[in-house]
Design a protein around this ligand. Structure first.
Ligand code: 5AD
Length: 324
């Protein structure tokens, strides 16, 4: 994949969610969270700020909803971001990745037609009992897999991934996760350690997870390395969750085989409301500080950043036979 690292400005545009995943800090039942949804204009302004920073690509991420208003916000936002981010350095506008959960085939199609060309949907774990235990009956592993297949058929570059260190998860489960990434022919992988959020039913695992902290961190890095070796030409993110355990977590992720980093671009007035787990870093920094900090972190690993580039994974072009 070369030595360059790719940036994706991360815009967490809404923490509203209709689901109740037991690990997640913004699960529906967490009434301690103040809910927000950025306006279309705010989303567009944030995206254009990313373009001006030279990020080349953004990720629009949120809790999961499927109501009309939510879908229209994304479709309209994506269309306008594509139009308004075109420039001499970005002739096709920003690359847009969506990370807004399970949606219908028609919705995926609308998102794609609006101009988003990548989609992230982590499978979270491919161990069926664990998946069921942490999601309850309203979500199924089968539906996740169907969604990933549908996204691929729609034309998206498709990303998935898992949480590492979930209570009860075995090394065998993680090895199976990597085989799943290969089977589903994923273009992008995002993985990170499971971290406890105190307002979730999994808070009871706090001590166990705290004790295993170093092991889970190393396991997360090893997962990146093993996934790089097994999948080769995909994009792999050095996720923020890594940095929660170790100050240098994201640099370490890059050293172990990741090539994507997601600078925080969420407007500061809502950033501390998008807390999926406790201890999330960069919550108080301004977006500009995050950009400068990450640039230094990448430079420290001896890697360069590909500015104003979409940074698409080679795998997508090999998989689809499209050499553009
Ligand atoms: N710890 C680590 N990662 C989490 N995610 C959600 N909750 C947690 C948590 N408590 C991850 C999930 C989701 C992604 C957006 O964030 O894998 O897909």
């Amino acid at each position: 994949m070369g030595s360059e690292g790719y940036f994706r400005g991360l815009v967490e545009f809404s923490n509203e969610c209709i689901f109740d995943c037991s690990y997640c800090g913004i699960r529906k039942s967490n009434t301690a969270v103040e809910r927000y949804c950025l306006s279309k204009d705010e989303i567009i302004e944030t995206a254009l700020w990313c373009a001006r920073q030279g990020y080349g690509s953004i990720v629009l991420q949120s809790g999961q909803q499927s109501n009309r208003e939510f879908i229209e916000l994304i479709v309209g936002g994506v269309q306008q971001i594509k139009q308004r981010s075109r420039s001499s350095v970005l002739p096709h506008g920003l690359g847009i990745t969506l990370s807004v959960g399970e949606q219908s085939k028609e919705t995926y199609r609308r998102f794609f037609d609006a101009g988003a060309h990548r989609y992230l949907l982590r499978v979270e774990t491919t161990a069926k009992e664990l998946f069921e235990k942490f999601h309850g009956p309203e979500k199924t592993l089968q539906r996740r897999v169907t969604c990933l297949e549908t996204m691929k058929k729609t034309g998206f570059q498709v990303g998935t991934g898992v949480m590492i260190g979930l209570p009860g998860q075995t090394l065998n489960d993680l090895a199976n996760d990597i085989l799943f990434f290969k089977d589903i022919d994923a273009d992008m992988i995002g993985m990170g350690p499971y971290l406890v959020h105190h307002e979730t039913p999994m808070n009871g695992y706090r001590d166990e997870i705290a004790e295993r902290k170093n092991e889970i961190f190393q396991l997360s890095l090893n997962m990146i390395a093993a996934t790089r070796i097994a999948l080769k030409d995909v994009n792999i993110a050095a996720t923020t969750a890594l940095q929660t355990i170790d100050q240098k977590g994201r640099e370490m992720g890059l050293m172990y085989g990741a090539n994507v980093i997601m600078p925080q671009a969420t407007p500061r007035h809502v950033r501390n409301k998008y807390l999926l787990y406790d201890g999330k870093p960069c919550v108080d920094e301004s977006a500009a500080d995050c950009a400068a900090c990450l640039e230094q972190r990448i430079a420290a690993t001896g890697r360069a950043i590909a500015w104003n580039s979409w940074g698409d994974p080679c795998h997508f072009f090999t998989r689809t036979g499209n050499q553009d």
